[in-house]
Design a binder for this molecule. Sequence first.
Ligand code: T4K
Length: 395
Amino acid sequence: MSRRSSTIATVSPTQASTQPITVTQPHLPPLEEFLPYLEQIWASKILTNGGPFHRQLEAALAAYLGVPYVCLFANATVALVTALQALRITGEVITTPYSFVATAHSLLWNGIKPVFVDIDPLTFNIDPQKIEAAITPQTTAIMPVHCYGRPCDTEAIQRIADNYNLKVIYDAAHAFGVQRQGQRVLNAGDMSILSFHATKVFNTFEGGAIVCQDLRTKQHIDHLKNFGFVNEVTVVAAGINGKMSEFNAALGLLQLKHMPEVLERRAQIDALYRARLKAIEGVETPQWPTHDRVNWSYFPIRVKPHFAISRDALYEELKRQGIAGRRYFYPLISEFPMYRGLPSAQPHLLPHATQASGEVICLPQHPGLSDTDAHRVCDVIVSVAAQSRMLPLAA
Ligand code: T4K
């Protein structure tokens, strides 16, 4: 039996060049490798509630990620909501508008007021230099996001948190396996939350996790994700059902074995895009810091105003040619109806996030993307740039 994953592609000359290209596609191991796991589940009939695969995956992930404790969840959104509960966060939380909407929704689900702070235009992450000005007597925590898997300035954020006695909960949905200056970024702050959604670097179909630093906290989180039950007759908190099933946990164990080839392929696509797009005027490729280890989860290009056509026109042109780039993150979270009335949501206070939201297209990036298809994506961008140079100035 071939050990090669069923969804890793290096070249696929047989693939018709008109096939639609999606922004991402989940990595799946060969089905036959998963069948023994399913047979075990069928034999034991243990489907959920902290079964053997759940326990094994928590241990395997803690070892792989280099973190003390992992609490598995059904998805990252329930994990974010639960992390805030576990730390008893109330009042106001400082966060970024440049993220997937689940980041701020987790605050609203806890009756917490989000306070948006602008991003650093280079990193797309919350700008630590702007956090202090947003702190009020009601502030209890900071919730930064390692956007696109690029690590936040965790030291600067921790200094502010320590000075003002604030908790730090990282939305690390994009940051599976990421390191900052040799340190595991998931160990920064009080807790980090991972997503194992189908669209993520490491997927369990749906899934997520809280990374925490001590056993007591892990036990508390484990109670919270199981309705607050400590034993058959004792409920210690108004917990929720956030448990990951045995099916998802078993898949996670198998997916972990394939991570080296998944990451290698993502790195190759990143390098291909970078080489093809580097000389195009008005297109900026992501600058991953050389001293950090990223996971190539996204490939966000910035379409600058001096590019041949607007960001949205390029997005539509790619779509017309069967290529689904995505404008992550447009609109900004702060522009959605439940947030836009907040004082901190005003666009003039968030100029860098607003600009990024109007410039970024995430190009297709996943381990099943062939070189042929990655070139097809680049060909569209290159030809749009070339055609505009050929137009007479008066046109
Ligand atoms: N925090 C951050 C910073 C996040 O980015 C996210 C999730 C969360 C928190 C919450 O994590 P979870 O609670 O989901 O664990 C996607 C994902 O649904 C979402 O998980 C993700 N962030 C967000 C950035 O992207 P969409 O609306 O773009 O997904 P969708 O369905 O349009 O999928 C994109 C493409 O992927 C499709 O065109 C085709 C492909 N695809 C997708 C799925 C779901 C597949 O090939 N197979 C699939 O099963 O939101």
